[in-house]
Design a protein around this ligand. Structure first.
Ligand code: MG
Ligand code: ZN
Length: 217
């Protein structure tokens, strides 16, 4: 009984996600869903990314349990920011993103970045209508996260190892991450970057541009 309810929820989410994707395709928007634990650097990466993509116009949808702090940080650079307070909800749903799309002038936007709720588990189960999924892992979280939360990394189109400037101080073992990734996802590139120093940001921006061309935006 319970399993059936879950299946129905996921099915209706998938239908809504497909509709979101069509709306964005018609408007020529490339949507990227960023997923990670809290504190891995999603907002900071977006601040840098949006500034670097100018004059391409970006919008951001920020999913947060309670606050609008991330949205406030991003509002300085982003063309448009939509805040989605999920209350107790620990992930964004396609329905919430659909309501967010209603608030955006899609025709004027090239990129939509969706900052999912900080959580490595259930956001992976909910297609939002994005074209690309980015999984972030920051060096302070430790090198065991790919093995512990494989689904997040398995479904990602790109894996971003953030706060790479701290790698020496933390004694973070990149080899473990690479070995674990070789078991769960051999397609997605691993991009090492630091929003603080700017290292690797160019690789990430090039990847975005190449995907934009590949998807035909
Ligand atoms: Mg954030
Ligand atoms: Zn959840």
């Amino acid at each position: 009984m319970e399993i059936k309810v879950v299946k129905n929820v996921l099915k209706s989410n998938e239908d809504k996600a497909a509709e979101n994707r069509r709306r964005m395709d018609v408007a020529g928007v490339l949507a990227v869903n960023l997923m990670s634990s809290p504190g891995s650097g999603k907002t900071t990466l977006l601040e840098k990314t949006i500034a670097a993509l100018a004059p391409s116009r970006c919008a951001v949808m920020v999913g947060d349990l309670q606050t609008s702090r991330d949205a406030e940080r991003l509002a300085a650079d982003a063309v448009e920011v939509v805040q989605i307070n999920t209350g107790k909800g620990c992930h964004l749903s396609a329905e919430q993103v659909s309501a967010g799309l209603d608030a955006l002038a899609l025709e004027d936007i090239s990129y939509l970045f969706i900052e999912n709720v900080g959580n490595m588990v259930c956001p992976t189960a909910f297609d939002l209508g994005e074209h690309l999924r980015a999984a972030l892992l920051s060096t302070p979280e430790g090198e065991d996260k790919v093995a512990k939360y494989p689904v997040l990394f398995q479904r990602a189109h790109v894996i971003l190892l953030t706060k790479i400037d701290l790698i020496g101080a933390l004694g973070f073992n990149k080899g473990t991450v690479k070995a674990d990734l070789s078991r769960v996802n051999t397609e997605a590139p691993l991009i090492e970057l630091s929003a603080a120093t700017g290292d690797g940001l160019g690789v990430w921006l090039e990847w975005l541009a190449s995907k934009r061309t590949e998807i035909g935006k």
